[in-house]
Design a protein around this ligand. Sequence first.
Ligand code: PRP
Length: 217
Amino acid sequence: MNEDRYLTFALAKGRLADKTLEIFEKAGIFCEEMKDKKSRKLIFVNEEWKFKLFLAKGPDVPTYVEYGAADVGVAGRDTILEENRNVYEVLDLGFGRCRMCVCGPERARELLLHHERIRVASKYPNIARDYFHDKKHQTVDIIKLNGSVELGPLVGLSEVIVDIVETGSTLRENGLQVLEEVCALSARMIVNPVSMQMERTRIQELVKKIRSIPETV
Ligand code: PRP
């Protein structure tokens, strides 16, 4: 442990960072400056805890953590699985709960059952590949999209999609169904493997503090 060294955090910009700051506040860690939406500042400091925090694009968070540019990161499990970086997952923060699912029109259920060679559109090609190739042993063609993935089956780009389902309203409004569940998702805290050794006490203390907050896991 090195009390003089700043512990650096990479937080996924947006709702995940806002929720993380809420949890940090409940744990007595404050960073008022970071909550100012108008600020263009990128790095924030909490002198009391010797924490340095920065906001990054979600998919970049595991990259910062793997390379040690951040000791700790907070990102969605979807991003962590997709990026497949060399990081330790130390805590389920309990918010941002949703599911990664295979979705499509009802008629696509048959194609899944019979292991047909189908086209799968997804923002998460690695998760889709792991699921179909490694878990289901089904050969499929994966088509990477960057958003509005539900369009895939609607315009004939793919038979199904692998995507996040939260309330299910995007699916419902577009006549699509959950056909299979890939995995459960939520916000996770990840740690660089070297930082886990060098800063174990500080990290464990933080995890313990967050765990003791009633509404987190
Ligand atoms: C996500 C996801 C689904 C939708 C699911 O999209 O990709 O489209 O939310 O939420 P629901 O079940 O509550 O309807 P996002 O809003 O991130 O935009 P995107 O389509 O550009 O990825």
